[in-house]
Ligand binder design. Structure first.
Ligand SMILES: Nc1ncnc2c1ncn2[C@@H]1O[C@H](COP(=O)(O)OP(=O)(O)OP(=O)(O)O)[C@@H](O)[C@H]1O
Length: 212
């Protein structure tokens, strides 16, 4: 199947008898060209779903696949790109290098840095070190890095959490364009702007997906 698919996924943290289950039998899919918002109270498991979708972790049970493959099997961000809550940028590198990092290990066509910078209000930042930027700027740099290879699947964890109203609109517009261009986009978010542009909204509660 194309896009992102989780089938019967359960997952937990901790070793042996101390393992605590946090996701229970989750099934969801995001088709190419679709933007799905994942909502839920703090601790309900949104980040865990994002990490499994990104291939950062293997589920205890069930399957996760991206275009029919396990996401962890490929480090190619043209297949699955991630904007984690903590951004995961390389502090010592410049902004442009951070955005272009996925292009250094992939032969997929890249969106020019200048275009992403213009769309995400990062003009003039190319040579600035990430350690010299604000948290909101770092979040938009991580979004630009997620978009640079026009990935088949894009997973974002609270991507407007550090943005003011105007920049949050820029980020959500960029995500809507990515979906329109064919990416399957999964966004964990409390932001009503994200819900507004979503094709579907999924709700998690205590590790279970609520019925529509
Ligand atoms: N590495 C970990 N070890 C142990 N427990 C964890 C770990 N990461 C998350 N948890 C627990 O798993 C549950 C789900 O966490 P998760 O981060 O997925 O929730 P969330 O919905 O993203 O929360 P928030 O909105 O606050 O970011 C929480 O109860 C959390 O305490």
């Amino acid at each position: 199947m194309s896009g992102l698919s989780l089938r019967g996924v359960s997952h937990g943290y901790g070793a042996g008898s101390r393992r605590v289950a946090v996701l229970h039998d989750i099934s969801l899919s995001v088709a190419p060209g679709e933007l799905v918002a994942l909502l839920g109270p703090s601790g309900s498991g949104k980040t865990t779903v994002c990490h499994l979708a990104a291939g950062f972790e293997e589920p205890d049970a069930g399957t996760v696949d991206v275009d029919g493959r396990a996401p962890g099997a490929s480090a190619d961000w043209s297949l699955v790109a991630v904007v984690p809550q903590q951004h995961g940028l390389v502090e010592g590198l410049g902004v442009e290098d951070n955005v272009l990092l996925p292009t250094y290990t992939s032969s997929a066509p890249a969106v020019p840095f200048d275009r992403l910078a213009a769309e995400l209000d990062l003009d003039g930042f190319a040579d600035r070190r990430v350690g010299e930027t604000s948290l909101g700027e770092q979040q938009r740099i991580a979004v630009a890095r997620g978009l640079v290879l026009s990935p088949r699947v894009l997973v974002l964890d609270e991507p407007t959490g550090h943005q003011d109203d105007d920049r949050a609109e820029l980020v959500t517009a960029a995500l809507a364009r990515a979906a329109h261009a064919g990416s399957a986009v999964l966004v964990s978010s409390h932001d009503p702007r994200v819900q507004r542009i979503a094709d579907r909204v999924l709700r998690l509660d205590e590790g279970r997906l609520l019925p529509d």
